[in-house]
Write a protein that binds this ligand. Structure first.
Ligand code: NOJ
Length: 570
């Protein structure tokens, strides 16, 4: 793979459409709202925007339940609004990527509605996984699900449409999200059309949702018992008959062939497809999915899940850099709409515990959080990530240093994770709160265009104005400034250093990466560390060229606590 693709070193900004900006005052973000705020993204210096799903959807899983792959959700606008957004972004040099959801659709998708009305064995049912139930031991010959698989968001993965139906259908996530059978020719043909439809409109790539459960063991056997202590929402991901199956590769090869054929016919386009799957600690899997026949890139979630710990961070970075051997560039990210925001994660009192799995959105563990410490570590972590080769995916609001909103009232939470677990798991609403743009509460802190707007779909905390774009824009040491300067510095000082990088061991408490002449050093402890001249790679005498805490006086050869410094070595 050559190094000329735009996406290889791109900074991509994730917009959670419902929560970015509301142009029409209904309390829900929309496409015209995004268009009205594009200048913020230009000032940041990003290359592309990834839009979370904006297709028509009942919004049970906020767009990850697609009712029609060829339209726009009415609350967000219409195809004309989409085209306008794309054109306005293009005028500013920003590319648009979309989100493709292949594993499942909405139970309101026309095909699924037809399948429910059709008989077992019909063409309509063959597009999904409908199977006869098993005897329930109480006289109903079909009263028990076809197998013992669990759903990712709780409960059984099978739903029986009615007591009269002999069949059940599979929904890996929730009953509102029935799984497609990708061996079915109708399904294959539809997804090829989906790619062409959006590429024709000017979309430059797709983030592909939930790739791990696509492709199942053809016989759908019972899953073996899970290891003791497996969390309730982890059971699905332990099922060898539905996770990372060899059958999935056929699907990705078809998708890639569709993209390659499109590019052959449109040689001016450089399209990409990025896999979403939690393959942390499994670089072997990355290599199996990311290659010239399947995905161009896959999210590297290792750093997003890593505790603030030297060994774990070095492992996360090393595993991800190994991806280079698979011919791709890594795709770094610290935040997204499914995980607790990094400021909160790294401010938790267990953040330095090497055994911590930091995706707290799906856990119920309550720990105390020091936001100031978390913010400092988050700034250091992004400064380290930005030095490295590969693309960076930012999640809206991280440039403001937003923490997770933890104190949301239960009766306002909407995430199916919270609902299906009866609140046992907090879910992901806390990172999806509509963005603060100003300190004016009458406009939902600038999220809505007018003062008579409805309440935002998720409540904003009272203190939201303190972290608003307009407010932090006036502060010299704000995280917003750091992000703007960091993206510019990355382009100027890191990208020209090429695609090779390696982890360096500079001693206790320090995580370091060399990329050409640039060395980024992070101190993951609470005390300053003086570099040891025996193995400092000449950094003690090198020029510091960027720091995650730029206002702190830099003592040569010393890395301040919880911070990152870039050095340019001779
Ligand atoms: C991953 C998405 O990021 C998440 O938000 C969604 O709930 C699941 N896939 C199911 O589509």
């Amino acid at each position: 793979m050559s190094s000329e693709h735009w996406w290889q070193n791109a900074v991509v900004y994730q917009v959670y459409v419902r929560s970015f900006a509301d142009s029409d005052g209904d309390g829900v973000g929309d496409l015209a709202g995004i268009r009205s705020r594009l200048d913020h993204l230009v000032e940041l210096g990003i290359d592309a925007v990834w839009l979370n799903p904006c297709y028509p959807s009942p919004q049970f899983d906020h767009g990850y339940d697609v009712a029609d792959y060829f339209g726009i959700h009415a609350e967000y606008g219409d195809l004309a609004a989409f085209d306008e957004l794309l054109a306005a972004a293009r005028d500013r040099g920003i590319k648009i990527m979309m989100d493709l959801v292949p594993n499942h659709c909405s139970s309101q998708h026309r095909w699924f509605v037809d399948a429910l009305a059709a008989a077992p064995g019909s063409r309509e049912r063959a597009r999904f996984y409908f199977r006869d139930g098993r005897p329930d031991g109480a006289g109903d010959a079909h009263g028990a699900p076809p197998n013992n698989w669990s759903a990712a968001f709780g409960g059984s993965a099978w739903t029986r449409p009615s007591a009269d139906d002999s069949q059940w259908y599979l929904g890996t996530f929730t009953p509102h999200q029935p799984d497609f059978d990708h061996t079915n020719p109708d399904v294959q043909a539809m997804f090829a059309e989906v790619f062409e439809f959006w590429f024709d409109r000017g979309v430059e790539g797709f983030r592909v949702d939930a790739i791990s459960p696509v492709g199942k063991h053809p016989e759908l056997p019972d899953a073996p018992p899970v290891p003791e202590g497996t969390g309730m929402l982890q059971v699905t991901w332990e099922n060898p008959y539905t996770v990372f199956r060899p059958e999935g590769h056929d699907v990705w090869r078809q998708f890639r062939a569709t993209i390659d054929t499109y590019m052959d016919a449109h040689p001016d386009r450089d399209l990409t497809m990025v896999a979403e799957a939690y393959m942390n600690g499994r670089p072997d899997l990355m290599a199996a999915f990311v290659n010239d026949e399947q995905f161009h890139q896959a999210f590297a979630f290792d750093l997003l899940l890593s505790p603030w710990d030297k060994t774990e961070m070095e492992r996360a970075i090393g595993d991800t850099l190994d991806l280079m051997d698979a011919g791709s560039t890594p795709t770094w990210t610290l935040n997204n709409h499914d995980v607790q925001r990094v400021v909160t994660r790294l401010g938790r009192d267990n953040a330095t515990d090497p055994s911590t799995v930091t995706n707290n959105a799906l856990e119920s563990v309550a720990t105390s959080v020091d936001i100031a410490v978390g913010l400092r570590r988050a700034r250091a972590m992004i400064t380290l990530a930005m030095a490295m080769p590969g693309s960076i995916y930012l999640y809206m609001g991280e440039e403001l240093g937003l923490p997770e909103v933890l104190d949301m009232p239960d009766d306002r939470r909407q995430d199916p994770v919270f609902i299906t677990t009866n609140g046992e798991r907090l879910g992901r609403d806390g990172c999806r709160v509509p963005l603060p743009w100003t300190d004016d509460p009458s406009t939902n802190f600038g999220f809505s265009a007018s003062p008579d707007a409805s309440e935002p779909w998720l409540p904003q905390p009272e203190w939201w104005g303190e972290v608003a774009v307009d407010v932090v824009d006036q502060q010299d040491d704000a995280t917003l400034d750091l992000y703007r300067e960091l993206i510019a510095a990355r382009r100027e000082l890191a990208v020209p250093e090429g695609l090779g990088a390696m982890v360096l061991d500079l001693g206790d408490g320090l995580v370091a990466v060399r990329r050409g002449k640039l060395i980024a050093v992070t101190n993951v402890t609470a005390t300053p560390i003086a570099l040891d001249s025996d193995h400092d790679e000449g950094i003690a005498d090198a020029m510091p060229v960027f720091a995650s805490e730029p206002d702190e006086l830099h003592t040569p050869g010393v890395i301040p606590p919880d911070s990152t410094i870039w050095f340019s070595t001779p």
